[in-house]
Design a protein around this ligand. Structure first.
Ligand SMILES: *[C@@H]1O[C@H](CO)[C@@H](O)[C@H](O)[C@H]1NC(C)=O
Length: 146
């Protein structure tokens, strides 16, 4: 017969295994992959397929996505999950025709709910007057004017 100590130990062990699991399941956000899209909707005088001058450099605290040159109508996409502490943040530095702008492409606090509406996607459209956000791919709001 198992003594009390062993039972207690087993219960502790079960608690250690199931409590975080239950927590993670109730916080199903942790399993959701968000898709971040940045679309270059800038006007371009350049012929198609000539690299446009929209430069993007996006990174988070741990991940540097590198510098990226965007063609007109190109859709730059990457995925991110939200960490346990909801501090996940991807910020981008954009430049176009001598203008510079920083914007937060994905901010766990701001986006965890609003970006679940449409395929777990955060959509950005870069236009000549700013960075437009959409969470349904139909209504767009200029959240970061150039
Ligand atoms: C948004 O809508 C456009 C036009 O209907 C479509 O081409 C595009 O794939 C959609 N984007 C996403 C991320 O679903």
């Amino acid at each position: 017969m198992a003594n009390h100590k062993e039972i207690l130990l087993l219960m502790l062990l079960a608690l250690c295994i199931f409590f975080p699991l239950a927590f993670a399941v109730s916080e199903d956000l942790l399993f959701i992959k968000y898709h971040i899209h940045i679309i270059n909707d800038l006007p371009s005088d350049l012929p198609p397929n000539v690299p446009s001058v929209l430069l993007l450099h996006c990174k988070s605290k741990d991940k540097d996505l590198g510098q990226r040159s965007m063609l007109q109508h190109e859709d730059y996409t990457w995925d991110s999950r939200i960490n346990l502490f909801r501090t996940t943040l991807f910020f981008c530095q954009a430049s176009w025709e001598g203008k510079q702008r920083n914007f937060d492409a994905f901010d766990a606090n701001r986006d965890e709910h609003r970006c679940r509406e449409y395929h777990n996607s955060c959509l950005w459209s870069v236009r000549d007057d700013g960075f437009y956000f959409s969470n349904d791919n139909s209504t767009w709001t200029n959240e970061y004017p150039w």
